[in-house]
Design a protein around this ligand. Structure first.
Ligand SMILES: Nc1ncnc2c1ncn2[C@@H]1O[C@H](COP(=O)(O)OP(=O)(O)O)[C@@H](O)[C@H]1O
Ligand SMILES: [Mg+2]
Length: 292
């Protein structure tokens, strides 16, 4: 099969390199599609597209472009879809998971436990949101951040002002959320492929940091997820209409876990390193078995 990966990165980027290796081991091909090289058209009322330097027929597309593509990405994905090429993950899932508040809406409506969260659209609503959450500290997030870069902790009103100003101007809204102190919790990242958990790791933030992202140099170690965590992760992926998903749980001491985020194009460098598992092979096996 010819598996297209929609990505702005090249084969030096870990997931692209690993997916190529895994595909080639099974006699498949990976073709990287840079969204900026794609021309979409509706001519004579038909959908068509061309991609610079690529003339192979594409059997399936894995959208892995992440958030910088914004609405442009959705346009291209719809063009593939209308041209009859399946997407893993599909458009519905990506539309949900590219916005963290929409993700929380989908999770909560499926009965999955999520942190208390308030979505605000103007700076004046911030103090009201903080009051509703029981006071400082709170976490403030961009709805479409990645790798922890769009997430801050506010201990007082002043801490949030610059962040709120900047992101509320973008008219995407901002999330205000209850804060879970890092010393009282563990973060668990589970990678769901199909209806299984392919691997899981525990993440601990660096000292003086609350964000347990690999991108923020969090320490990862392999963990054997509980039955409950596995069920929660698979149900979260399903609630968000995702076939491949990175599900982030926060497990507070003595409390039930909460789902804080679901990623639609999860990286897996840290997970492969921590677990020794061949995650790329599991993804390729799933994609080729489901879309052959
Ligand atoms: N409400 C919260 N309280 C404490 N820490 C949080 C909270 N939400 C997120 N974090 C930490 O910040 C990290 C990044 O937040 P997340 O919402 O996953 O955004 P991103 O999409 O950037 O990864 C999480 O992995 C977690 O460790
Ligand atoms: Mg995250």
């Amino acid at each position: 099969m010819n598996i297209g990966i929609l990505t702005v990165n090249n084969f030096n980027f870990h997931p692209n390199m690993r997916l190529k290796q895994a595909a080639e081991e099974q006699g498949h091909h990976v073709i990287l599609i840079n969204p900026y090289n794609m021309l979409s058209e509706i001519t004579n009322n038909r959908f068509n597209f061309s991609i610079k330097d690529i003339d192979q027929k594409l059997d399936v597309i894995m959208p892995r472009q992440g958030s910088p593509m914004g609405d442009y990405g959705l346009v291209l994905l719809r063009q593939f879809m209308q041209s009859g090429i399946p997407l893993v993950n599909g458009l519905t899932g990506i539309t949900i998971a590219r916005n963290q508040y929409i993700t929380l809406q989908a999770l909560a409506s499926a009965g999955l436990p999520v942190p208390d969260t308030i979505f605000i659209t103007r700076p004046q609503a911030f103090s009201e949101a903080v009051d509703k959450l029981g006071g400082y500290p709170v976490v403030i997030k961009q709805v479409d951040g990645m790798g922890g870069d769009g997430v801050i902790k506010a201990d007082k009103e002043q801490d949030g002002i610059i962040f709120l100003d900047k992101h509320l101007k973008e008219r995407r809204g901002v999330i205000v959320q209850q804060f879970f102190a890092p010393e009282n919790r563990v973060d668990v990242r589970l990678l769901v492929i199909g209806d299984k958990v392919a691997g899981a790791m525990q993440l601990k933030p660096l000292n003086d940091e609350f964000r347990a992202n690999i991108h923020q140099n969090a320490r990862a170690r392999v963990t054997l997820p509980s039955e409950e965590q596995i069920k929660m992760a698979v149900a979260s992926a399903r609630a968000c209409h995702l076939e491949i998903a990175g599900v982030d749980l926060i497990v507070e001491n003595d409390c039930d876990p909460k789902v804080i985020e679901v990623n639609y194009s999860p990286g897996f460098k840290g997970l492969e390193a921590a677990t020794g598992l061949d995650i790329a092979k599991q993804m390729i096996d799933y994609v080729t078995a489901t879309y052959h």
